[in-house]
Design a protein around this ligand. Structure first.
Ligand code: NOJ
Ligand code: CA
Length: 604
């Protein structure tokens, strides 16, 4: 058995404990969510797998993943059973933020390949029945983008400067930033330009790194340019866009001071863990409704225009998915009104502590919020910006999980984390709506938690003087082949970040065909989800279990009703009589569901 495998066939290790809570289990009288039905558009139920190109597979041995590397291994994903892939940026970029700093939106960075390589990838995906979503980064470009270079070379007040957010400084000689905004990566959100005569002059805004200047989205040329970029990729055959920082494009008029500093994304997790976030109001995390650079009403006009661009391509639907860290849910779902985006990431779900009452509450509120605008909810547990869920869940709920873990931090319980991660994923994939997977989670991969600081590349580490460890730990190249140089990441031993020794045990070939491995669990879950139409089913919560259990029935009418039980309590719970197990995230005890385990069962 590999390190990451859980053997579902192992005999029960101890005498059966008393099974709790099966006598009174019954469906609630209230249906929480009515299913989209069998004719629903593909994106209302799709499972979309995120590929982080630099870390998926390397074709030329330089240690950095690339497009030909992805194309060569796409069959891993058709076998896994996902519907689509989302590629993080592969465009021309100096890589100051791993490609989220785009210098040319219409070309491929030589690091990742060429435009024909992108075409070949799209074509191969099509052959395999996989749709392709690409990343769009509209809030900011690279400082090496031709427009920004022209702006730097032009005078204050020029049309070139008007495409970005240049302002005169405050203070007697303009020596102070125009306002108090702070960069998400740490430090001020303004950098002062040095003029051709060597003298400091205006400042420009960058909500992220200084190499990521913010566009001026009030300018019609910026709007026209991005509509043209959408068409460029749609014409090449992509099925949609994941929209970076979708809540950031429009800034409040007059650029007033902000009340509070915005923190890195991962910190919101710890805020939830500490209980500092009250989801019922607007306050509590860095991305607040009243922050003058987040979630301004004007962003919606932009997305309404984009929706029209996409609609012109007809069937099948091309989609937009918002990366919008917006609270509360009632504001977040505005991005998915019928004439705007199709989906938005459900970061509330990702941030929910491993507690049954919290999970039940977030599932219910997410479905109700999405239903209020007629959109599908989405579900996500990991991505390239947060600590992987197999690691996050290896801490006791309530422990502060920072944005990145270093060797000096308390280390997670890896076995516990994996056990819970499998249960969390099995819960997620049973839910109606779309789901997003992050590369490597199908292997049960944990974060690298002991990277040497000198190798860290996430700009947030340097910009906060190491106070924030950053996101490198979840971006380490994937292990494909146990024992091979670079664990089969490419044809050489090179990997742009070192792989921890433990990754050998998670390699694809160690899990392929191994009963109970995490890879086989994901394959089983995805196949059953499709067979049972769980993505378009109705959801009704089940009553009668203790508060340590999440339980609901998924009913797709034409299919068997599926009972989903996740037990977070200390004692096993029984399934109702007559139920028949379809898939389980870990070993069962005499048809009972033990701690940190999810079961899907047919329920007549
Ligand atoms: C969100 C992306 O997911 C993240 O990786 C990036 O650093 C920021 N947006 C800035 O583009
Ligand atoms: Ca490469």
């Amino acid at each position: 058995m590999t390190q990451s495998a859980v053997d579902l066939t192992a005999p029960c290790p101890a005498p059966l404990p008393e099974l709790a809570g099966n006598a009174t289990v019954r469906e609630s009288a209230v249906v929480t969510h009515h299913g989209a039905g069998p004719d629903a558009a593909w994106w209302r139920q799709a499972v979309i797998y995120q590929i982080y190109p630099r870390s998926w597979a390397d074709s030329n041995g330089d240690g950095i993943g690339d497009l030909p590397g992805i194309t060569a291994r796409l069959d891993h994903l058709s076998r896994l059973g996902v519907d689509a892939i989302w590629l993080s940026p592969f465009y021309t970029s100096p890589q100051a933020d791993a490609g989220y700093d785009v210098a040319d939106y219409r070309d491929v960075d030589p690091l990742f390949g060429t435009l024909p390589d992108a075409d070949a990838l799209i074509e191969r995906a099509r052959e395999l029945g996989l749709r392709v979503i690409v990343d769009l980064v509209p809030n900011h470009s690279s400082d090496e983008h031709a427009w920004f270079q022209a702006a730097l070379g032009a005078a204050p007040g020029s049309p070139e400067r008007d495409l970005y957010m240049f302002r005169d400084g405050a203070g007697k000689h303009g020596e102070l930033p125009p306002n108090n905004w702070q960069s998400v990566f740490g430090g001020p959100a303004w950098t002062r330009v040095i003029g051709p005569d060597g003298r400091p002059e205006q400042w420009y805004l960058h909500l992220f790194d200084p190499k990521q200047p913010d566009f001026n989205w009030e300018h019609p040329a910026v709007r026209a340019e991005f509509e043209s970029v959408l068409r460029f990729w749609l014409d090449r055959g992509v099925d949609g866009f994941r929209v970076d920082v979708a809540h950031g494009l429009i800034k409040a008029e007059g650029l007033p001071d902000a009340q509070e500093r915005t923190t890195m994304l991962g910190d919101t997790v710890s805020d939830h863990e500490r209980g500092d976030i009250d989801d019922t109001d607007d306050s509590g995390d860095g991305y607040r409704v009243d922050t003058p650079y987040w979630d301004q009403d004007g962003v919606h006009e932009v997305y309404r225009a984009w929706r029209q661009v996409l609609e012109r391509y007809g069937a099948p639907d091309r989609i937009l998915c918002a990366e919008a860290w917006v609270e509360p849910q009632s504001r977040a779902v505005l991005y998915t009104r019928p004439d705007e985006m199709h989906q938005a990431f459900n970061f509330d779900f990702l941030q929910t502590p491993w507690r049954a009452t919290d999970l039940t509450a977030v599932i219910e509120s997410s479905l109700r919020a999405a239903d209020s605008v007629g959109a599908p909810s989405t579900w996500v547990l990991s991505n390239h910006d947060v600590v992987r869920h197999a690691t996050r869940l290896g801490y006791t709920p309530g422990h502060r999980v920072p944005n990145g873990i270093s060797a000096g931090d308390p280390q997670p319980d890896r076995a516990l984390g994996l056990h819970r991660a499998r249960a969390a994923t099995a819960l997620m994939l049973a839910l109606p709506g779309g789901a997003y997977l992050y590369q490597g989670e199908e292997l049960g991969l944990p974060d690298s938690t002991d990277l040497p600081h000198r190798l860290r590349q996430d700009p947030t580490f340097a910009r906060t003087d190491g106070a924030e460890i950053g996101r490198d730990g979840c971006r380490v190249p994937l292990p494909w082949v146990s024992g091979a140089p670079g664990l089969g990441f490419g044809p050489s031993a090179a990997t742009w970040l070192p792989q921890p020794a433990s990754y050998d045990g998670y390699a694809v070939d160690r899990q392929d065909g191994v009963a109970g491995s995490t890879l086989e669990l994901y394959r089983s879950l995805l196949a059953a989800r499709r067979d049972l139409s769980l993505g378009t089913a109705s959801l009704t919560f089940v009553e009668g279990y203790s508060g340590d259990v999440v339980a609901f029935v998924s009913d797709a009418e034409a299919r068997d009703r599926v009972l989903v039980v996740t037990n977070l309590g200390a004692v096993p719970v029984a399934l109702p009589p007559g139920s028949e197990v379809i898939v389980a995230s870990g070993p069962l005890v005499d048809a009972g569901v033990p701690t940190d385990t999810t079961v899907w069962a047919r329920w007549a």
